[in-house]
Design a protein around this ligand. Sequence first.
Ligand code: RNT
Ligand code: ZN
Length: 419
Amino acid sequence: MGKILERYDEARERYGELGVDTDQAIDTLAKIPVSMHCWQGDDVIGFLFPDQELTGGIQTTGSYPGAAKTPEELRHDMELALRLIPGTHRVNLHSIYADTTEKVDLNELEPRHFAAWVDWAREQKVGLDFNPTCFSHEKAEDGFTLSSVDKGIREFWIEHCIRCRKIGEYFGKELGSPCVTNIWIPDGYKDTPVDRLAPRERLMEALDRILQEPIDPKYLLDSMESKVFGIGSESYVTGSHEFYLGYAVRHNTLLTLDTGHFHPTEMVSNKISAVLLFLDQILLHVSRPVRWDSDHIVALDGELIEIAHEIVRGNYLNRVHIGLDYFDASVNRIAAWVIGMRNMQKALLYALLEPVADIQKAEAEGDFTKRLLLLEELKSMPWESVWEYYCLKQGVPVGMTWMEEVLQYEKNVLSGRKA
Ligand code: RNT
Ligand code: ZN
Protein backbone atom coordinates (compact mmCIF):
# COMPACT_ATOMS: atom_id res chain seq x y z
CA MET A 1 0.00 0.00 0.00
CA GLY A 2 2.85 2.37 0.89
CA LYS A 3 4.34 1.77 -2.54
CA ILE A 4 1.07 2.64 -4.25
CA LEU A 5 0.81 5.93 -2.37
CA GLU A 6 4.40 6.75 -3.14
CA ARG A 7 3.95 6.04 -6.82
CA TYR A 8 0.75 8.06 -6.84
CA ASP A 9 2.48 11.06 -5.29
CA GLU A 10 5.09 10.94 -7.97
CA ALA A 11 2.48 10.59 -10.69
CA ARG A 12 0.49 13.49 -9.27
CA GLU A 13 3.59 15.62 -9.44
CA ARG A 14 4.46 14.63 -12.97
CA TYR A 15 0.95 15.19 -14.25
CA GLY A 16 0.87 18.42 -12.26
CA GLU A 17 3.77 19.67 -14.33
CA LEU A 18 1.57 19.25 -17.39
CA GLY A 19 -1.26 21.10 -15.69
CA VAL A 20 -3.31 17.95 -15.06
CA ASP A 21 -4.98 17.47 -11.68
CA THR A 22 -4.91 13.73 -10.92
CA ASP A 23 -7.16 14.03 -7.84
CA GLN A 24 -9.81 15.65 -9.94
CA ALA A 25 -9.44 13.03 -12.64
CA ILE A 26 -10.08 10.32 -10.07
CA ASP A 27 -13.11 12.12 -8.66
CA THR A 28 -14.58 12.47 -12.11
CA LEU A 29 -13.87 8.85 -12.97
CA ALA A 30 -15.64 7.64 -9.84
CA LYS A 31 -18.82 9.34 -11.04
CA ILE A 32 -18.94 7.84 -14.53
CA PRO A 33 -21.31 4.89 -14.56
CA VAL A 34 -20.66 2.09 -16.99
CA SER A 35 -23.60 -0.18 -17.68
CA MET A 36 -22.55 -3.79 -17.19
CA HIS A 37 -24.47 -6.11 -19.52
CA CYS A 38 -25.94 -9.11 -17.73
CA TRP A 39 -25.77 -11.28 -20.86
CA GLN A 40 -22.04 -11.96 -20.60
CA GLY A 41 -22.90 -14.16 -17.62
CA ASP A 42 -24.91 -16.80 -19.47
CA ASP A 43 -24.09 -16.47 -23.18
CA VAL A 44 -27.25 -14.44 -23.95
CA ILE A 45 -29.66 -17.24 -23.05
CA GLY A 46 -31.82 -15.67 -20.33
CA PHE A 47 -34.42 -17.42 -18.21
CA LEU A 48 -37.68 -17.26 -20.15
CA PHE A 49 -36.78 -19.71 -22.91
CA PRO A 50 -33.72 -21.63 -21.70
CA ASP A 51 -33.95 -24.21 -24.48
CA GLN A 52 -34.10 -21.64 -27.22
CA GLU A 53 -30.86 -21.17 -29.17
CA LEU A 54 -29.36 -17.74 -29.67
CA THR A 55 -30.54 -16.28 -32.99
CA GLY A 56 -30.60 -12.89 -34.65
CA GLY A 57 -27.24 -13.26 -36.36
CA ILE A 58 -25.24 -12.93 -33.18
CA GLN A 59 -23.21 -15.73 -31.68
CA THR A 60 -21.34 -16.89 -28.64
CA THR A 61 -18.58 -19.42 -29.01
CA GLY A 62 -16.83 -21.44 -26.33
CA SER A 63 -17.92 -23.78 -23.61
CA TYR A 64 -16.18 -22.51 -20.51
CA PRO A 65 -17.95 -24.11 -17.56
CA GLY A 66 -20.01 -22.19 -15.05
CA ALA A 67 -22.57 -20.18 -17.05
CA ALA A 68 -25.38 -18.90 -14.81
CA LYS A 69 -28.63 -20.81 -15.18
CA THR A 70 -30.92 -18.97 -12.78
CA PRO A 71 -31.50 -15.34 -11.81
CA GLU A 72 -29.94 -16.08 -8.42
CA GLU A 73 -26.79 -17.46 -9.98
CA LEU A 74 -26.48 -14.59 -12.41
CA ARG A 75 -26.96 -12.00 -9.68
CA HIS A 76 -24.47 -13.75 -7.47
CA ASP A 77 -21.91 -13.76 -10.28
CA MET A 78 -22.51 -10.09 -11.01
CA GLU A 79 -22.18 -9.22 -7.33
CA LEU A 80 -18.70 -10.65 -7.35
CA ALA A 81 -17.81 -8.79 -10.54
CA LEU A 82 -19.18 -5.52 -9.15
CA ARG A 83 -17.14 -5.96 -5.99
CA LEU A 84 -13.97 -6.20 -8.05
CA ILE A 85 -14.67 -3.19 -10.26
CA PRO A 86 -13.98 0.31 -8.93
CA GLY A 87 -16.70 2.98 -9.14
CA THR A 88 -20.50 2.96 -9.12
CA HIS A 89 -22.15 1.38 -12.07
CA ARG A 90 -25.33 0.20 -13.72
CA VAL A 91 -26.58 -3.18 -14.85
CA ASN A 92 -28.10 -3.74 -18.25
CA LEU A 93 -30.85 -6.35 -18.55
CA HIS A 94 -32.61 -7.95 -21.49
CA SER A 95 -36.28 -8.86 -21.28
CA ILE A 96 -35.48 -12.61 -21.43
CA TYR A 97 -33.89 -12.22 -17.99
CA ALA A 98 -37.29 -11.80 -16.32
CA ASP A 99 -37.29 -13.38 -12.88
CA THR A 100 -40.60 -15.19 -12.65
CA THR A 101 -42.02 -18.66 -12.22
CA GLU A 102 -44.99 -17.76 -14.46
CA LYS A 103 -44.98 -18.98 -18.03
CA VAL A 104 -45.03 -15.66 -19.72
CA ASP A 105 -44.37 -14.68 -23.33
CA LEU A 106 -42.58 -11.52 -24.45
CA ASN A 107 -45.82 -9.73 -25.31
CA GLU A 108 -47.13 -10.33 -21.80
CA LEU A 109 -44.23 -9.07 -19.71
CA GLU A 110 -44.96 -6.66 -16.91
CA PRO A 111 -42.90 -4.75 -14.39
CA ARG A 112 -43.75 -7.28 -11.69
CA HIS A 113 -41.76 -9.92 -13.54
CA PHE A 114 -38.71 -7.84 -12.78
CA ALA A 115 -39.45 -6.93 -9.18
CA ALA A 116 -36.68 -9.16 -7.87
CA TRP A 117 -34.20 -7.37 -10.12
CA VAL A 118 -35.28 -4.03 -8.73
CA ASP A 119 -34.84 -5.24 -5.16
CA TRP A 120 -31.41 -6.51 -6.03
CA ALA A 121 -30.42 -3.33 -7.86
CA ARG A 122 -31.45 -1.28 -4.86
CA GLU A 123 -29.40 -3.45 -2.58
CA GLN A 124 -26.38 -3.27 -4.90
CA LYS A 125 -26.89 0.46 -5.42
CA VAL A 126 -26.90 0.15 -9.19
CA GLY A 127 -29.27 1.65 -11.74
CA LEU A 128 -30.84 -0.61 -14.35
CA ASP A 129 -30.95 -0.32 -18.12
CA PHE A 130 -33.11 -2.44 -20.36
CA ASN A 131 -33.58 -4.05 -23.77
CA PRO A 132 -36.48 -5.70 -25.56
CA THR A 133 -35.30 -9.08 -26.86
CA CYS A 134 -36.29 -9.19 -30.52
CA PHE A 135 -34.47 -12.45 -31.28
CA SER A 136 -34.11 -16.00 -29.94
CA HIS A 137 -37.86 -16.52 -30.24
CA GLU A 138 -40.15 -18.51 -32.53
CA LYS A 139 -41.70 -15.26 -33.76
CA ALA A 140 -38.29 -14.09 -34.98
CA GLU A 141 -37.52 -17.31 -36.82
CA ASP A 142 -37.62 -15.93 -40.36
CA GLY A 143 -35.25 -13.14 -39.37
CA PHE A 144 -37.80 -10.33 -39.24
CA THR A 145 -39.52 -8.73 -36.27
CA LEU A 146 -40.69 -5.10 -36.26
CA SER A 147 -40.24 -4.84 -40.01
CA SER A 148 -41.81 -8.20 -40.85
CA VAL A 149 -44.19 -8.32 -43.76
CA ASP A 150 -46.51 -10.35 -41.52
CA LYS A 151 -48.79 -8.07 -39.54
CA GLY A 152 -49.28 -10.59 -36.75
CA ILE A 153 -45.53 -10.86 -36.23
CA ARG A 154 -45.14 -7.10 -36.25
CA GLU A 155 -47.91 -6.66 -33.71
CA PHE A 156 -46.29 -9.19 -31.40
CA TRP A 157 -42.99 -7.33 -31.39
CA ILE A 158 -44.63 -3.92 -31.14
CA GLU A 159 -46.47 -5.10 -28.06
CA HIS A 160 -43.25 -6.51 -26.64
CA CYS A 161 -41.41 -3.22 -27.11
CA ILE A 162 -44.29 -1.21 -25.64
CA ARG A 163 -44.19 -3.41 -22.58
CA CYS A 164 -40.44 -3.07 -22.32
CA ARG A 165 -40.76 0.71 -22.20
CA LYS A 166 -43.17 0.32 -19.28
CA ILE A 167 -40.67 -1.92 -17.55
CA GLY A 168 -37.92 0.61 -18.22
CA GLU A 169 -40.09 3.37 -16.77
CA TYR A 170 -40.66 1.21 -13.70
CA PHE A 171 -36.91 0.70 -13.26
CA GLY A 172 -36.35 4.43 -13.57
CA LYS A 173 -39.05 5.28 -11.04
CA GLU A 174 -38.03 2.67 -8.53
CA LEU A 175 -34.31 3.31 -8.71
CA GLY A 176 -34.31 7.07 -9.19
CA SER A 177 -32.29 7.25 -12.39
CA PRO A 178 -33.43 7.04 -16.00
CA CYS A 179 -33.38 3.60 -17.55
CA VAL A 180 -31.90 3.62 -21.03
CA THR A 181 -34.09 1.23 -23.00
CA ASN A 182 -32.46 0.14 -26.20
CA ILE A 183 -34.22 -1.38 -29.18
CA TRP A 184 -32.17 -3.56 -31.45
CA ILE A 185 -33.75 -5.79 -34.06
CA PRO A 186 -31.97 -8.32 -36.27
CA ASP A 187 -34.20 -7.78 -39.31
CA GLY A 188 -32.53 -8.11 -42.67
CA TYR A 189 -31.93 -10.15 -45.80
CA LYS A 190 -29.21 -12.64 -46.58
CA ASP A 191 -29.37 -11.71 -50.23
CA THR A 192 -29.87 -8.43 -52.03
CA PRO A 193 -33.50 -7.33 -51.84
CA VAL A 194 -35.38 -5.53 -54.54
CA ASP A 195 -37.39 -3.46 -52.12
CA ARG A 196 -35.22 -1.85 -49.51
CA LEU A 197 -37.81 0.72 -48.64
CA ALA A 198 -40.85 -1.30 -47.58
CA PRO A 199 -39.25 -2.93 -44.50
CA ARG A 200 -37.95 0.46 -43.42
CA GLU A 201 -41.39 1.98 -43.77
CA ARG A 202 -42.80 -0.82 -41.65
CA LEU A 203 -40.08 -0.32 -39.06
CA MET A 204 -40.76 3.39 -38.95
CA GLU A 205 -44.47 2.81 -38.39
CA ALA A 206 -43.76 0.20 -35.74
CA LEU A 207 -41.44 2.57 -33.87
CA ASP A 208 -44.03 5.33 -34.06
CA ARG A 209 -46.50 3.00 -32.38
CA ILE A 210 -43.99 1.87 -29.77
CA LEU A 211 -43.07 5.43 -28.85
CA GLN A 212 -46.62 6.76 -29.01
CA GLU A 213 -47.00 7.03 -25.27
CA PRO A 214 -44.73 9.74 -23.95
CA ILE A 215 -42.79 8.64 -20.89
CA ASP A 216 -40.99 11.07 -18.62
CA PRO A 217 -37.27 11.15 -19.49
CA LYS A 218 -36.65 11.30 -15.77
CA TYR A 219 -37.49 7.60 -15.83
CA LEU A 220 -36.94 6.34 -19.33
CA LEU A 221 -34.65 7.20 -22.23
CA ASP A 222 -35.46 5.51 -25.54
CA SER A 223 -32.55 4.49 -27.70
CA MET A 224 -32.21 2.50 -30.90
CA GLU A 225 -29.30 0.57 -32.28
CA SER A 226 -28.28 0.23 -35.90
CA LYS A 227 -26.16 -2.40 -37.55
CA VAL A 228 -24.45 -2.81 -40.89
CA PHE A 229 -24.91 -6.58 -41.24
CA GLY A 230 -25.35 -9.76 -39.25
CA ILE A 231 -25.05 -13.47 -39.90
CA GLY A 232 -27.95 -14.14 -42.25
CA SER A 233 -28.49 -10.45 -42.96
CA GLU A 234 -25.33 -9.86 -44.94
CA SER A 235 -26.93 -7.95 -47.77
CA TYR A 236 -29.46 -5.72 -46.08
CA VAL A 237 -30.36 -4.63 -42.57
CA THR A 238 -33.61 -2.73 -42.11
CA GLY A 239 -32.37 -0.75 -39.13
CA SER A 240 -29.28 0.77 -40.69
CA HIS A 241 -27.29 3.66 -39.28
CA GLU A 242 -28.87 6.23 -41.58
CA PHE A 243 -32.33 4.93 -40.74
CA TYR A 244 -31.95 5.29 -36.99
CA LEU A 245 -29.95 8.48 -37.13
CA GLY A 246 -32.78 10.04 -39.09
CA TYR A 247 -35.38 8.60 -36.77
CA ALA A 248 -33.56 9.73 -33.66
CA VAL A 249 -33.08 13.27 -34.94
CA ARG A 250 -36.72 13.59 -35.92
CA HIS A 251 -38.12 12.10 -32.74
CA ASN A 252 -35.47 13.27 -30.32
CA THR A 253 -34.57 9.81 -29.08
CA LEU A 254 -31.14 8.50 -28.26
CA LEU A 255 -29.05 6.66 -30.80
CA THR A 256 -26.99 3.61 -29.90
CA LEU A 257 -23.57 3.31 -31.46
CA ASP A 258 -22.20 -0.19 -31.12
CA THR A 259 -18.49 -0.34 -31.87
CA GLY A 260 -18.96 -3.60 -33.78
CA HIS A 261 -21.76 -2.42 -36.03
CA PHE A 262 -19.93 -0.52 -38.71
CA HIS A 263 -17.56 -1.31 -41.53
CA PRO A 264 -14.13 -2.17 -40.12
CA THR A 265 -12.56 1.15 -41.09
CA GLU A 266 -15.44 3.20 -39.66
CA MET A 267 -14.75 4.22 -36.09
CA VAL A 268 -17.34 5.06 -33.49
CA SER A 269 -14.89 7.53 -31.96
CA ASN A 270 -15.23 9.58 -35.11
CA LYS A 271 -19.03 9.55 -35.03
CA ILE A 272 -19.66 10.82 -31.51
CA SER A 273 -19.08 14.52 -32.10
CA ALA A 274 -21.00 14.39 -35.38
CA VAL A 275 -24.18 12.83 -33.99
CA LEU A 276 -24.09 14.89 -30.81
CA LEU A 277 -24.46 18.03 -32.90
CA PHE A 278 -27.96 16.82 -33.68
CA LEU A 279 -28.91 14.65 -30.71
CA ASP A 280 -29.02 15.39 -27.00
CA GLN A 281 -27.74 12.04 -25.84
CA ILE A 282 -26.44 8.76 -27.17
CA LEU A 283 -25.79 5.27 -25.87
CA LEU A 284 -22.58 3.41 -26.60
CA HIS A 285 -22.39 -0.33 -26.84
CA VAL A 286 -18.72 -0.81 -26.32
CA SER A 287 -17.63 -4.07 -27.82
CA ARG A 288 -14.62 -5.33 -29.77
CA PRO A 289 -15.10 -6.50 -33.31
CA VAL A 290 -12.48 -8.92 -34.57
CA ARG A 291 -12.93 -9.14 -38.35
CA TRP A 292 -16.70 -8.89 -37.88
CA ASP A 293 -19.19 -8.02 -35.13
CA SER A 294 -17.67 -10.77 -33.03
CA ASP A 295 -18.42 -9.24 -29.63
CA HIS A 296 -15.02 -9.94 -28.12
CA ILE A 297 -14.27 -8.73 -24.60
CA VAL A 298 -13.41 -5.05 -24.50
CA ALA A 299 -9.63 -4.64 -24.61
CA LEU A 300 -7.65 -1.53 -23.77
CA ASP A 301 -6.89 -0.79 -27.39
CA GLY A 302 -6.47 2.33 -29.47
CA GLU A 303 -10.13 2.71 -30.37
CA LEU A 304 -11.26 2.32 -26.77
CA ILE A 305 -8.90 5.10 -25.72
CA GLU A 306 -9.98 7.22 -28.66
CA ILE A 307 -13.63 6.81 -27.67
CA ALA A 308 -12.81 7.84 -24.11
CA HIS A 309 -10.88 10.85 -25.43
CA GLU A 310 -13.83 11.94 -27.52
CA ILE A 311 -16.20 11.75 -24.56
CA VAL A 312 -13.85 13.67 -22.28
CA ARG A 313 -12.51 16.20 -24.78
CA GLY A 314 -15.98 16.99 -26.04
CA ASN A 315 -17.30 17.41 -22.52
CA TYR A 316 -19.91 14.79 -23.24
CA LEU A 317 -19.85 12.90 -19.96
CA ASN A 318 -23.48 13.81 -19.29
CA ARG A 319 -24.63 13.09 -22.80
CA VAL A 320 -23.01 9.76 -23.53
CA HIS A 321 -24.32 6.68 -21.76
CA ILE A 322 -21.66 4.02 -21.73
CA GLY A 323 -22.71 0.38 -21.86
CA LEU A 324 -20.74 -2.72 -22.67
CA ASP A 325 -21.89 -5.35 -25.12
CA TYR A 326 -19.93 -8.53 -25.64
CA PHE A 327 -20.33 -12.23 -24.97
CA ASP A 328 -17.44 -14.61 -24.76
CA ALA A 329 -18.12 -18.15 -23.60
CA SER A 330 -14.50 -19.28 -23.89
CA VAL A 331 -13.18 -17.74 -20.68
CA ASN A 332 -14.28 -17.30 -17.09
CA ARG A 333 -17.37 -15.12 -17.52
CA ILE A 334 -16.86 -13.12 -14.34
CA ALA A 335 -13.31 -12.31 -15.36
CA ALA A 336 -14.75 -11.22 -18.72
CA TRP A 337 -16.90 -8.63 -16.94
CA VAL A 338 -14.16 -7.42 -14.66
CA ILE A 339 -11.58 -7.10 -17.44
CA GLY A 340 -13.94 -5.28 -19.78
CA MET A 341 -15.34 -2.93 -17.13
CA ARG A 342 -11.91 -2.12 -15.80
CA ASN A 343 -10.61 -1.51 -19.30
CA MET A 344 -13.40 0.94 -20.01
CA GLN A 345 -12.52 2.83 -16.87
CA LYS A 346 -8.80 2.71 -17.59
CA ALA A 347 -9.48 4.29 -20.96
CA LEU A 348 -11.60 6.98 -19.31
CA LEU A 349 -8.90 7.66 -16.75
CA TYR A 350 -6.27 7.88 -19.46
CA ALA A 351 -8.44 10.43 -21.23
CA LEU A 352 -9.08 12.37 -18.03
CA LEU A 353 -5.33 12.69 -17.50
CA GLU A 354 -4.79 14.78 -20.59
CA PRO A 355 -4.14 18.52 -20.67
CA VAL A 356 -6.97 18.89 -23.17
CA ALA A 357 -6.97 22.67 -23.40
CA ASP A 358 -3.23 22.84 -24.15
CA ILE A 359 -3.37 20.27 -26.90
CA GLN A 360 -6.47 21.81 -28.40
CA LYS A 361 -4.78 25.20 -28.32
CA ALA A 362 -1.75 23.84 -30.17
CA GLU A 363 -4.08 22.35 -32.75
CA ALA A 364 -6.07 25.54 -33.17
CA GLU A 365 -2.85 27.46 -33.70
CA GLY A 366 -1.77 25.00 -36.34
CA ASP A 367 1.10 23.72 -34.20
CA PHE A 368 0.71 20.09 -35.13
CA THR A 369 4.23 19.29 -33.98
CA LYS A 370 3.35 20.24 -30.44
CA ARG A 371 0.07 18.34 -30.67
CA LEU A 372 1.92 15.21 -31.69
CA LEU A 373 4.65 15.70 -29.11
CA LEU A 374 2.18 16.06 -26.25
CA LEU A 375 0.01 13.16 -27.35
CA GLU A 376 3.02 10.89 -27.67
CA GLU A 377 4.66 12.00 -24.44
CA LEU A 378 1.43 11.29 -22.56
CA LYS A 379 1.70 7.64 -23.57
CA SER A 380 4.65 7.14 -21.25
CA MET A 381 3.24 9.07 -18.32
CA PRO A 382 2.52 7.00 -15.18
CA TRP A 383 -1.24 6.77 -15.60
CA GLU A 384 -1.24 3.27 -14.16
CA SER A 385 0.03 4.64 -10.83
CA VAL A 386 -3.06 6.82 -10.75
CA TRP A 387 -5.19 3.80 -11.65
CA GLU A 388 -3.71 1.74 -8.80
CA TYR A 389 -4.33 4.52 -6.34
CA TYR A 390 -7.89 4.86 -7.63
CA CYS A 391 -8.53 1.14 -7.06
CA LEU A 392 -7.06 1.38 -3.59
CA LYS A 393 -9.22 4.39 -2.79
CA GLN A 394 -12.32 2.63 -4.09
CA GLY A 395 -11.57 -0.39 -1.93
CA VAL A 396 -11.16 -2.87 -4.78
CA PRO A 397 -8.18 -5.12 -5.49
CA VAL A 398 -5.23 -3.44 -7.18
CA GLY A 399 -3.58 -4.97 -10.25
CA MET A 400 -4.67 -8.49 -11.12
CA THR A 401 -5.00 -9.73 -7.56
CA TRP A 402 -8.78 -9.74 -8.10
CA MET A 403 -8.36 -12.87 -10.19
CA GLU A 404 -7.56 -14.86 -7.05
CA GLU A 405 -11.08 -14.22 -5.82
CA VAL A 406 -12.56 -15.17 -9.17
CA LEU A 407 -10.60 -18.42 -9.24
CA GLN A 408 -11.70 -19.22 -5.72
CA TYR A 409 -15.30 -18.59 -6.75
CA GLU A 410 -14.81 -20.75 -9.81
CA LYS A 411 -13.63 -23.56 -7.61
CA ASN A 412 -16.31 -23.18 -4.95
CA VAL A 413 -19.32 -22.14 -6.99
CA LEU A 414 -18.98 -22.26 -10.78
CA SER A 415 -17.45 -25.69 -11.04
CA GLY A 416 -20.49 -27.19 -9.31
CA ARG A 417 -22.86 -25.93 -12.00
CA LYS A 418 -24.15 -28.33 -14.61
CA ALA A 419 -22.97 -27.80 -18.17
C1 RNT B 1 -26.51 -7.15 -31.65
C2 RNT B 1 -26.53 -5.92 -30.81
C3 RNT B 1 -27.27 -6.04 -29.52
C4 RNT B 1 -26.99 -7.33 -28.77
C5 RNT B 1 -27.51 -7.35 -27.34
C6 RNT B 1 -27.53 -8.71 -26.78
O1 RNT B 1 -25.68 -7.06 -32.73
O2 RNT B 1 -25.24 -5.48 -30.59
O3 RNT B 1 -27.01 -4.93 -28.74
O4 RNT B 1 -25.62 -7.60 -28.73
O5 RNT B 1 -28.72 -6.73 -27.28
ZN1 ZN C 1 -25.02 -3.85 -29.22
